[in-house]
Design a protein around this ligand. Sequence first.
Ligand code: NDP
Length: 404
Amino acid sequence: MNNVLIIGAGGVSNVATKKIARLHTVFKTITLASRTLAKCQQIAAEIKAEGVCVQTAQVDADNVDEVVALIQQTRAQLVINLALPYQDLPIMDACLRTKTHYLDTANYEPKDEAKFEYSWQWAYKQKFEDAGIMALLGCGFDPGVTQVFTAYAAKHYFDEIHYLDIVDCNGGDHGKAFATNFNPEVNIREITQPGKYWENGQWLETEPMEIHQPIDYPNIGTRESYLMYHEELESLVKNFPTLKRARFWMTFGQEYLTHLRVLENVGMTSIQPIEYEGKKIQPLQFLKAVLPEPSALGENYSGETSIGCQISGLKNGQKRTCYIYNNCKHQDAFKDVSGQGVSYTTGVPAMLGAKLMAKGIWFKPGVWNVEEFNPDPFMEQLGSYGLPWVEIIDQPLPIEKEYN
Ligand code: NDP
């Protein structure tokens, strides 16, 4: 897999492409393509200053024929999809037609319905297997590293894992009144959805942001954290059937939630098209156009993220707990690749997943989620690429702490 094609040139791609460009012995030819060519050229120019040449191209990844032509022209053996979740299926179709491997960081969503599930992509499993090609799904941080953390804990510390809480805190400050840390449209669709978690063999639904509680985050402190549905829960409960409960929590500041409530109340977060000056527009897409780009938040971002897995279960018949997490400082991310922490925590795992695929360490034909591979090689290398992790065994989990 010497030749790689990266699609999308936003915040995550800025990080992943720069990190991939530093893997001289793994990827020999890198092409960066996106809808807006100028964004690819900007990233390529910054990489050129480090002495590596990245080719650039314009592509509309909704159009399978265009992606097929680009794969053929670049002779790519691996496509890394860092565009938006809507492009997952057209790019997977193009990979099938050209027998090219595939990696992404977010599961497919139809444009006209905010619905997060793996069914569409899992349906490609047999076709990918028959073609002898591999797709690695959701190789960012969450989804991505959170599943590797879970698989690592299950492998090394437990006989059975029973309770999983994925906790995601952005304790940073970008200095803007309101901005999202990754693509605003995808982000707002996600957090305005009903909450959902797994308990005793079934999915339980909540109102959006209905369940919340304070959680203590290392080096950050206590932050109000909201139970949300997050896509990796779906694959984790399938791949770890001993789980009795699996939940996902994310922090939001009051200022963010107030802005969001106002935007929702005035209809700006809707994905139902409206008529405006004779043209159909989607209010949420219009909102995206006026909000800051995630890639533009890095320079003055202070503080850090903390994302991890708090797990309890059994080892030799005794209760055991394990908390594995990474903290990432926005300024460290900026120093490394001129990006912010949320893009960084996504782009670095995408690079590492691609590296493990290319080296044949994580490789089997078919469509896979990251926890289906041996977590050890990923865990061994993650820290050296900028995301060191910490594990705490058999201590009370922060999620279990009572606040009064
Ligand atoms: P951005 O909005 O910054 O970047 C998205 C890029 O995709 C833009 O360059 C955009 O082009 C391009 N794009 C959009 N549509 C098309 C198309 N039809 N054809 C070609 N290119 C297209 O988003 P992020 O970088 O923040 O996020 C990228 C992906 O990473 C998203 O899928 C997001 O959900 C995922 N993500 C995953 C996380 C994880 O932990 N797993 C965390 C954060 C993000 P243009 O510039 O023209 O708009």
